[in-house]
Design a protein. Structure first.
Ligand code: SAM
Length: 471
């Protein structure tokens, strides 16, 4: 029986509830009065339930769809302003004992080179990332308790935080590793991680078991209940996601929102972020072998609906998507993007992008400098900010900052100051010129006089070589 407060996967992601939701959505998708009511509710930033959201997803009326997109853009502007936070993934090890049928790191892939970074190699990778200008990483690893035990992951996190090359520093490490125990989550928390990210891949249990035929990841309940264990272990910023293409997108969309509702119901705080990866070609993986691929239009609608249904949750888009798709969805509500990513172990220290050991093909292959300039040319502020979690603003404390509307006095100046650091230390002359002008113009958009003055003072200090200011 469906129960969002239950700690059992099959009760908070109840299959019948999803089927009933899809039937309800089909029944009401042409009820334009209801659609309008839902849009009105969403406009008050109250969020929408999985059932309500599913009606909007099924609605095919062009005029109402335009309204959904416009509302998503509005909410994005009101809440997140024009800042886009940048990060990069760092692959530590591709050893894996799972059998995920969509991932080239699956155990049966015998021709892919297996690699696990030594601490010296972690150092080299981090220096390469710092030299690009990155301040925030998401570490990635296959699941292999012998080759990549939790102690290895913790050691890598320590190494990453300890490296200060020139003016560089990694100030926030997010972690995307397999579902683990409460005790291990506690250790990750103690190591100072930011968000714990785990993609559900699919919420459809039967498909999940087929797509993960072997290895510990086969256990649907253990995987689906991971975020509850993470929260029990003290991690209050967790990131959800499904791998679009594996199952029917309407099913996944309802499941994703039910998962968010469950976290809110049990822990009083929803997911910090939602990621929206789509399946990509990789070594021995052909995405056309999966029949549930979604086109760019549907993808954009899903992004817009996530924005209006969970307005306080950040949304992440990776370099799996091309520049043009990213352009479209950033406007609709994405708050974080990766830049200049390499998805193979040791990829950042290679001159050429290694194609044979990537976890997936990267569509957006531009440099970080190009991405930063592109964002600014579109009117966004690229942000390297990591202040919230370093100031203890995680979980519901971050949510209250969001809800109180104080973001403009906090995240906005932080974005400007970290952009200034980037411009001073890493940008090309062209990017620097665009950025300096942007900072001057955006200073005016800090509402409080006092905060604006402090920010101006910090910017001046940054230009004299002092680093790491934050509100
Ligand atoms: N092994 C960990 C786990 O089990 O969650 C870490 C995750 S993996 C390094 C990162 C994510 O990449 C996966 O959760 C999956 O959604 C995604 N991924 C795997 N294969 C992919 C492919 N062919 N195309 C796009 N994304 C893929």
């Amino acid at each position: 029986m469906y129960n969002p407060k239950s700690l059992k996967a099959e009760e908070f992601i109840d299959h019948q509830e999803i089927l009933d939701t899809l039937a309800y959505a089909d029944e009401h998708k042409d009820d334009l009065e209801l659609v309008d009511q839902l849009l009105e509710k969403a406009a008050q930033l109250k969020g929408l339930t999985h059932r309500e959201a599913s009606v909007l997803l099924s609605c095919s009326n062009p005029e109402k769809n335009e309204k959904m997109y416009a509302l998503a853009e509005q909410i994005k502007k009101d809440f997140y302003g024009n800042r886009i936070v940048l990060f990069a993934p760092l692959y530590l090890s591709n050893y894996c004992i799972n059998g995920c049928t969509y991932c080239p790191y699956h155990q049966k892939n015998k021709h892919i080179a297996r690699k696990k970074l030594t601490q010296e190699e972690v150092r080299q990778e981090v220096i390469a990332l710092q030299d690009m200008g990155h301040k925030r990483l998401a570490i990635e690893a296959g699941e292999d308790p012998k080759n990549n035990p939790i102690e290895y992951i913790l050691e890598c996190i320590d190494t990453i935080y300890s490296i200060h090359h020139k003016n560089g520093a990694i100030r926030r490490v997010n972690v995307n590793i397999a579902a683990t125990t409460v005790e291990n989550y506690r250790k990750l928390k103690e190591a100072g991680i930011g968000t714990y990210i785990l993609f559900q891949e699919t919420y459809h249990k039967e498909s999940y078991e087929k797509l993960h035929p072997t290895g510990p990841k086969h256990d649907y309940a253990y995987h689906t209940e991971a975020m509850d264990r993470a929260m029990e272990g003290g991690i209050d910023d967790v990131g959800l996601g499904v791998l679009f293409g594996l199952e029917m997108y309407r099913y996944e969309f309802a499941g994703l929102l039910m998962h968010a509702e469950h976290l809110e119901a049990v822990h009083g705080v929803g997911p910090h972020t939602i990621s929206v990866p789509r399946i990509k070609h990789a070594d021995d993986i052909d995405p056309s072998a999966f029949d549930n691929g979604i086109d760019d239009e549907t993808f954009a609608k899903i992004c817009a609906l996530i924005r209006i249904c969970v307005p306080y949750t950040g949304m992440i888009i990776s370099t799996r998507e091309s520049q043009s798709v990213r352009e479209k969805v950033i406007r609709l509500g994405v708050s974080q993007i990766s830049g200049a990513s390499r998805t193979s172990v040791g990829g950042y220290t290679e001159e050429e992008r290694p194609a044979d050991t990537e976890q997936f093909d990267v569509s957006d292959q531009r440099t970080l400098d190009e991405v930063v300039k592109w964002l600014m040319d579109m009117g966004y502020i690229p942000s390297f900010c990591t202040a919230c979690y370093r100031e203890g603003r995680t979980g519901d404390r971050f949510m209250s900052l969001c809800k109180s509307g104080q973001i403009q006095n906090c995240c906005h100046p932080n974005a400007l100051m970290t952009l200034k650091e980037y411009l001073m230390d890493y940008a090309s002359e062209e990017t620097k010129a665009v950025g300096e002008a942007l900072i001057q113009a955006e200073l005016q958009n800090i509402p409080k006089d006092r905060v604006r003055e402090i920010c101006r003072d910090h910017l001046e200090k940054i230009s004299r070589g002092i680093r790491d200011f934050r509100f």
